[in-house]
Ligand binder design. Structure first.
Ligand SMILES: Nc1nc2c(ncn2[C@@H]2O[C@H](COP(=O)(O)OP(=O)(O)OP(=O)(O)O)[C@@H](O)[C@H]2O)c(=O)[nH]1
Ligand SMILES: [Mg+2]
Length: 671
């Protein structure tokens, strides 16, 4: 039996969860179709999801199509939960991108397709809701062609669009228009096919085109498009057949070295940690000891594997499969089990752009709040818990207001802690402007640490994060010291010159020095003569900050791309509002009764736009927003209150002062 790990992705409300339910029903896994609107679907199983009618967490279910075992991952469409989508991307063999036949290609559809293409993940498209009033097929196809990809192939025709009787009929074998479309799309990627087709159109058989379509779809070069309705079930059989025919099965050797990726972590009823892992190679058995980080490992106590329905207890999970693993107490989302798979995760979407202070309504809950948030951060690492030691406050990173409400409701429902939020600020980033370097030699005044470090900081491509490189000889420094330097570099860059996270930079270690472990004649360790990892941890922040000060940094703020649809008479007031919010409208179109405005807006102003919109448009305005890029802040630079992890101690503080590195003595320092 082949396995296919399939993601369902779309803009919010396109019908992913409803379609998942339909596919489970069609495969005979469930006898009755649940409805999102009644809170009775399989994959929206959290109380909060049922209450709100939206998906918040990715969920896995499975079913079989003939000889293919499909693990289906239903993902959330709301941009506040994009991190959930990000985490599953690295475990997919293919995806179904759902597009509403009424709304067409939407902001998030573009963001998702762009990412799927970048990762070369094969994509089938399903144009859903053909039963709903306003459904159109040609307009959606135009949208796909203009905004997503030219390499799409409609797989059939629709009838009675916009009615309960709406249906989809796959093109029959040999259909001339279908063959012409396949040939057009496929020939651009296949010279032999192009030559044969140019030579004699009729010489290329339907069978050959169909085979080539499957081959190109499996390589993510061509994208078959199906139509249907998750509500009535129309077109779902054709989609099911397409999933089997046109998407690749998981590859991997069950007898090879163990390699897997953890893409979801949850807590069981007794608080036990459960890791969801997709295996790329090898087999993990219960009681196996697994390594999942440089210094983290654990023993698997139990396994269940997704198989025709839900996860069921099994003795092992093998290459291609998705399993739930118990017993790995320290495991984190994104961890690699065993050897790293060829296509490692990495960041595909923008990080959260907001940060807010979380305050317990009852001060007595402070300790419990910290524990609860740490558990939430385990399931969603981008929450990025930050403790402000000076003000004794806890901060979390967020994507938006809906995620904020979800965090609040989860803390209340699952942990019994009522919280409120204070001061939501936009998270900016800092990027180095030029290059900077700094060196502290070992044993040279005023360096009080038994460590020598030289670092150079250079700007790197947008989106590349922080890379740590070595220009010292490998082996010149013991590994534990090297690791201490790299970790401390990353930690220090959490807060740059203006307090924001420094990113898109390459940090190169250019110099190192240490004193090897010295012992007295009688064998006791002499700290005054021997370097320790602590010396490297203490010295690194200073060298980083000196080099960074020399490189200089610029602060960038997040901007969103927006699309606004509103009654035509709201056009002028909307333009005025956009101007006040410093948004930049790029295109606009006014028709008889409605207008469409598209452009970019600082993320910090999106909330205000959302709040003003209903009044200006009599509640009819529709706003779509998605993160687009970082743009350098003009004018006053927003400063972030520093949480001062450093200086760690008095020696280091004095060294900062001696070197003229800007530093503040923590208010609660005991020295
Ligand atoms: N008429 C009609 N309504 C549909 C169809 N599919 C889904 N819906 C409705 O559209 C709404 C959203 O459906 P969901 O399945 O929750 O959409 P989703 O993409 O999972 O939404 P999120 O997970 O929150 O992004 C619900 O009210 C569904 O009943 C369809 O084919 N036809
Ligand atoms: Mg959903």
């Amino acid at each position: 039996m082949r396995t296919l790990n399939l993601g369902i992705l779309a803009h919010i409300d396109a019908g992913k969860t409803s379609l998942t339910e339909r596919l489970l029903f069609a495969a005979g896994v469930i006898d009755e179709i649940g409805r999102v609107d009644d809170g009775s679907t399989q994959t929206d199983s959290l109380a909060l999801e049922r209450r709100r009618g939206i998906t918040i967490k990715s969920a896995v279910v499975s079913f079989a199509i003939d000889d293919v075992a499909v693990n289906l991952i239903d993902t959330p469409g709301h941009p506040d939960f994009i991190a959930e989508v990000e985490r599953v991307l690295s475990v997919l063999d293919g995806a179904v991108l759902v597009i509403s036949a009424v709304e067409g290609v939407q902001a998030q559809t573009r963001v998702l397709m762009r990412t799927l293409q970048r990762l070369r993940i094969p994509v089938l498209m399903f144009v859903n809701k053909i039963d709903r009033g306003g459904a159109q097929d040609d307009r959606v196809l135009r949208g796909i062609s203009e905004k997503l990809t030219p390499a799409f192939v409609p797989m059939g025709s629709t009838r009675h669009l916009g009615t309960r009787d709406a249906g989809f009929t796959p093109y029959p074998a040999g259909d001339a228009a279908f063959m012409a479309r396949m040939a057009d799309v496929l020939a651009t990627r296949d010279d032999a096919l192009l030559a044969a087709y140019v030579d004699d159109e009729t010489a290329v058989s339907y069978g050959r085109l169909r085979e080539e379509l499957a081959a190109q779809a499996r390589q993510a070069l061509a994208h078959p498009v199906f139509f249907g309705s998750a509500m009535t079930g129309a077109g779902v059989d054709a989609l099911t057949a397409g999933i089997r025919e046109l998407l690749p099965a998981a590859e991997g050797d069950a007898d090879g070295p163990v390699s897997g990726t953890v893409f979801k972590v949850e807590r069981g009823p007794a608080g036990e940690k459960i890791a969801y892992a997709r295996m790329f190679s090898g087999t993990v058995r219960a009681r196996d000891r697994l390594r999942f980080g440089p210094d983290r490992a654990g023993k698997v106590t139990a396994i269940s594997v997704f198989d025709r329905g839900w996860a069921a207890p099994r003795a092992s999970v093998a290459a291609g499969q998705i399993g739930k693993l118990w017993g790995l107490g320290d495991v984190q989302i994104g961890d690699t089990l065993g050897v790293a798979p060829a296509s490692s995760a990495g960041r595909h979407f923008a990080p959260p752009t907001l940060e807010t202070v979380v305050v317990p309504c009852s001060p007595a809950d402070k300790g419990a709040l910290h524990v609860a948030l740490a558990q939430l951060a385990e399931q969603d690492p981008l929450i990025n818990l930050r403790q402000d030691d000076v003000r004794q406050e806890i901060l979390v990173s967020l994507y938006g207001e809906v995620q904020k409400e979800v965090v609040q409701a989860t803390l209340a429902d699952d942990f019994g802690i009522d919280v409120r939020f204070r001061e939501t600020t936009t998270l900016c980033i800092e990027r180095p402007v030029g290059s900077g370097a700094a060196v502290e030699m070992i044993g040279r005044e005023p360096n009080p640490f038994l460590a020598g470090i030289g670092l150079r900081i250079d700007p790197a491509a947008a989106g590349s994060g922080v890379q740590f490189r070595l220009e010292i000889e490998l082996g010149a420094l013991p590994f534990s010291f090297l690791k201490a330097v790299e970790e401390t570099v990353r930690e220090t860059l959490q807060q740059g010159i203006h307090g924001w996270q420094v990113t898109d930079t390459a940090v190169t270690m250019t110099h190192s020095g240490y004193w090897p472990r010295q012992s007295h004649a009688h064998g006791t360790f002499d700290k005054s003569m021997s370097s320790t990892a602590g010396d490297f941890r203490n010295l690194t922040p200073l060298v980083v900050m000196s080099a960074l000060a020399q490189a200089g940094t610029r602060v960038y703020e997040p901007w969103h791309r927006f699309r606004l649809e509103a009654p035509a008479d709201a056009f002028t007031p909307l333009l005025a509002l956009l101007a006040r919010l410093l948004a930049v409208p790029r295109t606009q179109a006014i028709q008889a009764s409605s207008c469409v405005l598209e452009g970019e807006i600082p993320a910090a102003r999106v909330r205000e736009l959302e709040q003003q919109l209903p009044t200006l448009t009599r509640g009819e305005g529709v706003l779509e927003c998605a993160f687009e890029r970082y743009i350098a802040v003009r004018g006053a630079i927003p400063a972030r209150p520093r949480s001062d992890h450093y200086p760690f101690n008095r020696k280091e503080y004095l060294l900062h002062v001696a070197r003229g590195v800007p530093v503040r003595r923590p208010a609660d320092a005991r020295w």
